[in-house]
Design a binder for this molecule. Structure first.
Ligand code: BG6
Ligand code: GLC
Length: 841
């Protein structure tokens, strides 16, 4: 109900005609975008409005890691300052700043200054703010209705100023609103940050039915009666006072302390937020309560202490819930603005209550998630604050995974450059993104037919398939397949053993299908980089993923398969085509949708193929038509070009892999490695004492425990925390509730980065296709397969959103390949066979 009321308030505040009478002012901030990581330089900032006045020196580096240094000093804000006159206030600020600059040796520097002024201001531009009213414990004469920036400027003799962000003892929120909804500011394009000033919610009576006698009493005794009524139910400045008023009444009614009131209990402000926090602590709470009450000259019994704790809980719980309700309203608005059914977003949050109260943050998170199940919200403690150590260290560990849009665009552009380079003649043997010609020159046209065998090696499952294709009016594809295991010792044994094993599986399959005698044409999906000289020749460039059989690299895998068949001497097969899984996937989807000219795998490995114009492929003769190129983009970055976004965890995963230094992009984007990254982070957090009670269990040391399916389950929104704990337990990890929250967050950060990086790569591919075709807008279908794409609850959504964002001129349809790449391999085989029969190459 509160959420709905707040939603209505927001609409009112945004409307030109309704704004003058709206209590929630929805002030435009003239901040039009969020930082994108390309910011750099040295700045000063002052921060007025919280419990202390602070001066900061901030250095921001554009080294791609969004690193920054912050040096701060706090100054008290005594009553003479907060309740004196304007000139004194600004002089005081100037004095403090000058002291700060002296201590930091900045006296002779002229640095730009940002002014965080945590009070409601009407802005018409970035460097101006007219104070609408003082809130919280401030009431300085002669400042209301004046521009605080020019006052400060006067006091400081010309420093440039930025804008007020709210933080601190009060409560407030800002968010990015669509310009078209902000009728108070000209222009419809883009977005602008709106400072809601939600603390004033209820000032028109909208919450009167929810306010208690204690709220009314508190308000009457405050500096600004009738104002900031929502804030007075939530923020740290008032919580202690609310508790005091309740305790006082209970005591007077004889419900506490034997009915004996003390002078301290009668004194305004004697119970503060820090006391409430201390009383609500998990373990020491009860003894803290006793100590605090005794300090107020009360004589509490054990029962009194428990009751007082209960009062504290109720007051702070209400605070968290109300705050959550308004936040939920904003989140819903954001989601609707973006026309999304589900939205992932981060809320930057700061303030003493959130940071120091033992339970507030958790209650807030929980309530928000309950109110808006359609938003996946991450709460990020503002790093400038002096947050609870644990949260800060967790954020520090995860920060390098949060790639700003600017960095993603760089990744897209670098990928694009590598795609171009790989097609050049001079790049042969040198390019990291190899751009391998596949000799597949068209997508299916429906005339394919016949009976084929197919092998599908390199994904989660090894399959042998029989595929029957009918063309014409009875056009259809029938498939029979069997999955076979490939034991680890075979994947990493000798090449002969591997291919003998494959042939053994084929034999079993033929037997099982009762077609041992038939000499069927075979298409071989082999999901590793192969340099091809024709459709049925493929030299393995190097193993990737979990394979490392000896004596295969540099050899023709079709020959190896033929030899193994010969060695067995039991049946004969006509191996017609060797096909990468991306190509098979593109073909499978292309059979349904002729516009499918890209194949994407987001599974154990990560790779893309697409139809390229022959004239751009320098190493293949001929300029007519198109040929499918297997990009092998997994190797993107092997020359170090994206090392700056790799984290220490990525490096650890790489070092522990079968192919160190290779497939760096794949190792950040595909299922086989995501779990490993998660595991490395968890190990690190455990070492820091932030998880699993600081104990690294045997299970956590085991490589590969977090398979894609587990990550997907852990991240599923439908799963309650208890179920997450159960999954972790299955994996041998004994977790507390807090642990499971952190594990889920870690998984989320890692998989989101994977999806966004993959999206950046795909954006480069579709953009290239668009330019090839020379069109303003490109409509194209991408055939997709892979367990990460299929099973993970968010990967596909984030991937799609990223592509949309980074390739805005392309309308990309994603088509899930339901039938695997075997069908595509069979279609390719059919065409190759037909062309072969008519003597064409
Ligand atoms: C399968 C395809 O559906 O997906 C394989 O048939 C492909 O060819 C695989 O390699 C990729 O996904 P994963 O997750 O099994 O590696
Ligand atoms: C690896 C392989 C590539 C394959 C991909 C998806 O990147 O090198 O050939 O397409 O995994 O399975």
């Amino acid at each position: 109900d509160v959420m709905a009321r707040f939603q209505a308030e927001m609409v009112k505040g945004l409307g030109r005609d309704t704004n003058p009478t709206a209590t929630v002012k929805m002030l435009p901030s003239f901040v039009r975008s969020l930082p994108d990581g390309s910011e750099k330089g040295e700045f000063l900032a002052v921060d007025l409005g919280g419990s202390q006045f602070r001066a900061h020196q901030v250095k921001v580096f554009d080294d791609g890691r969004q690193s920054s240094q912050l040096e701060s000093k706090s100054y008290p804000t005594p009553k003479e300052v907060t309740q004196g006159n304007g000139a004194e206030l600004f002089d005081y600020i100037a004095d403090c700043l000058s002291d700060f600059m002296e201590t930091r040796n900045l006296k002779n520097k002229k640095l730009p200054l940002g002014f965080t002024f945590s009070f409601p201001c009407r802005q018409t531009k970035l460097e101006e703010g007219v104070l609408l009213a003082w809130t919280k414990h401030f009431r300085v004469r002669g400042v209301q209705d004046t521009d605080v920036v020019s006052s400060l400027r006067r006091a400081l003799q010309k420093h440039q100023a930025i804008y007020p962000i709210p933080t601190g003892t009060g409560t407030n929120a800002c968010y990015m609103e669509e310009m078209r909804h902000i009728s108070l500011v000209e222009g419809d394009e883009g977005r602008m940050c709106i400072n809601t000033e939600w603390g004033a919610f209820g000032d028109d009576g909208a919450l009167d039915d929810l306010r208690t006698e204690f709220d009314r009493e508190l308000d009457l005794g405050s500096l600004n009666p009738g104002k900031q009524l929502f804030e007075k139910m939530i923020s740290s400045l008032y919580l202690g006072e609310l508790v005091r008023l309740i305790l006082l009444k209970m005591t007077k009614e004889g419900l506490l302390f034997n009915g004996k009131v003390s002078t301290a209990l009668l004194t305004k402000g004697k119970i503060e937020m820090k006391h409430v926090s201390a009383m609500e602590k998990y373990k020491e709470g009860l003894s803290n309560t006793k100590e605090i009450l005794t300090g107020l000259n009360l004589f509490p019994s054990e029962e009194d202490c428990v009751a007082v704790q209960h009062v504290c809980t109720i007051v702070s719980f209400r605070s968290a819930n109300l705050c959550a309700a308004a936040l939920a309203a904003i989140l819903t608005r954001l989601r609707e603005n973006k026309k999304l059914l589900r939205m992932r977003t981060t809320v930057g949050i700061d303030g003493g209550l959130y940071k120091t109260h033992p339970k507030f943050a958790k209650r807030l998170h929980k309530a928000v998630r309950r109110l808006v199940p359609t938003c996946d919200v991450r709460f990020l403690l503002s790093a400038g604050g002096s947050g609870r150590g644990a949260r800060r260290r967790l954020d520090a560990a995860l920060a390098p995974f949060l790639l700003p849009p600017g960095t993603l665009r760089e990744v897209r552009d670098k990928m694009r450059a590598e795609l171009e380079y790989g097609l050049k003649r001079e790049a042969q043997g040198k390019a990291t993104v190899k751009m391998l010609p596949t000799y597949v020159c068209g997508t299916p046209d429906g005339t394919e037919k016949g009976k084929f065998l197919a092998l599908d090696l390199g994904g989660t499952n090894f399959r042998v398939l029989l595929v029957k294709i009918k063309s014409g009016r009875r056009r259809s594809v029938q498939m029979y397949n069997k999955i076979f295991a490939i034991p680890l010792e075979i994947m990493q044994g000798t090449g002969e053993e591997l291919f003998d094993h494959i042939v053994q599986c084929i034999a079993e399959f033929l037997e099982y299908m009762g077609i041992k005698g038939a000499r069927l044409p075979l298409g071989f999906t082999f999901s590793f980089p192969c340099r091809q000289a024709s459709i049925d020749k493929g030299t393995l460039v190097g193993w990737t993923k979990g394979f490392k059989a000896t004596d295969c690299e540099g050899e023709d895998v079709v020959d190896m398969l033929r030899e193994a068949i010969r060695r067995r001497n039991e049946f004969d097969l006509d191996i017609v085509a060797v096909v990468n899984d991306t190509v098979g996937t593109m073909m499978t989807c292309g059979y349904e949708d002729p516009n499918c000219e890209i194949g994407l795998i987001a599974g154990t490995g990560s790779n893309v193929c697409y139809m390229e114009d022959m004239k751009n492929i320098e190493i293949v003769e001929g300029n007519e038509g198109k040929m499918c190129i297997n990009t092998e983009w997994g190797a993107f970055g092997d020359n170090g070009c994206i090392d700056y976004i790799r984290t220490k965890y990525d490096r650890e995963v790489d070092e522990g892999s079968l192919n160190p230094g290779k497939q760096r992009y794949e190792k950040m984007t595909s299922g086989m490695y995501l779990g490993e990254i998660v595991r490395q982070i968890l190990i690190d957090l455990t070492k820091q004492g932030l998880l699993f009670r600081g104990h690294i269990s045997e299970s956590l040391r085991k490589r590969g425990i977090f398979e894609t399916k587990f990550l997907s389950q852990i991240e599923s929104d439908r799963l309650a925390l208890l179920q997450v704990r159960r999954i972790l337990q299955q994996l041998g990890l004994d977790s507390t509730c807090d642990d499971s929250i952190i594990v889920k967050e870690v998984c989320g950060v890692v998989s989101t980065r994977a999806a966004r990086l993959c999206g950046a790569g795909l954006a480069a591919v579709v953009e290239k296709k668009r330019e090839n075709r020379g069109v303003e807008r490109l409509q194209i279908t991408v055939g997709v397969d892979g367990t990460l794409y299929k099973l993970h609850p968010h990967f596909s959504t984030v991937l799609r959103e990223t592509v949309k964002e980074l390739a805005p001129q392309c309308d990309v349809t994603f088509m899930l390949s339901e039938d695997g790449s075997g069908k595509g391999a069979a279609l390719i085989t059919a065409v190759a066979k037909r062309l072969h029969n008519v003597g064409q190459k």
